[in-house]
Write a protein that binds this ligand. Structure first.
Ligand SMILES: CC(C)(COP(=O)(O)OP(=O)(O)OC[C@H]1O[C@@H](n2cnc3c(N)ncnc32)[C@H](O)[C@@H]1OP(=O)(O)O)[C@@H](O)C(=O)NCCC(=O)NCCS
Length: 176
């Protein structure tokens, strides 16, 4: 899967991860402000070894989708949908992140909209869901702009950065 984001964001592309992305991946991902909004699978500090592990997953994602967000030829972040298993095979956990220098330009909103639309159009999953930490209003907005709705607030659902927090559960469904 490889496609440009809308023309309002020239130079922004979603494309598969490449081994050559390692250095730029570490540079963008090694940021506590990014880590603080991600699940425990996203490490901090983010080392070259972590990048190796991630790029190996990206090279062989199975039923999941994992794409780099590229801006002006360089890695700016990542976006993906992790396939569920068994009875949850039609559900995917939708997630994304962007290096801090790229925040506030509408890139995550455009990327989330583009990938979710593509997943729906191709019938890859019937349900995309995401849990957003209680303090992450920008990400809630990103999901709303990508066609997601809030299903629930999950009280005391996660422990992050030493705190027990609520998460907002968002979903977008493609019934057939
Ligand atoms: C969350 C994140 C992906 C947003 O990326 P971004 O490209 O800066 O987001 P966008 O510019 O597309 O949109 C952000 C929206 O949030 C809004 N926003 C920003 N700060 C806000 C706040 N404090 N309260 C409410 N809305 C806010 C913006 O105004 C914008 O909405 P608008 O287009 O209607 O004006 C980025 O900050 C990031 O990677 N954070 C760390 C990782 C993360 O949070 N990942 C998601 C985990 S669920």
């Amino acid at each position: 899967m490889h496609f440009p984001l809308p023309t309002a964001l020239p130079g922004c592309v979603l494309r598969p991860w490449r081994a050559a992305d390692k250095q730029e991946l570490v540079a963008q991902a090694n940021n506590r402000k990014v880590w603080r909004n991600m699940t425990h699978t996203f490490p901090h500090p983010y080392t070259p070894e972590d990048a190796d592990l991630w790029l190996a997953i990206g090279a062989n994602p199975g039923a999941s989708l994992q794409l780099a967000i590229e801006v002006d030829g360089g890695v700016a972040g990542g976006i993906g949908a992790i396939a569920g298993e068994g009875i949850f095979q039609a559900t995917a956990q939708f997630g994304y992140w962007l290096g801090e220098t790229h925040w506030g330009r509408g890139i995550a909103s455009a990327a989330a909209r583009a990938l979710a639309d593509r997943i729906g159009a191709e019938g890859l999953f019937a349900r995309l869901e995401a849990q957003v930490f209680e303090w992450n209003a920008p990400s809630m907005r990103v999901l709303e702009k990508a066609g997601f709705g809030r299903d629930a607030m999950l009280r005391c659902a996660a422990t992050k950065d030493g705190r027990l927090i609520d998460t907002a559960l968002y979903s977008r469904v493609f019934p057939h």
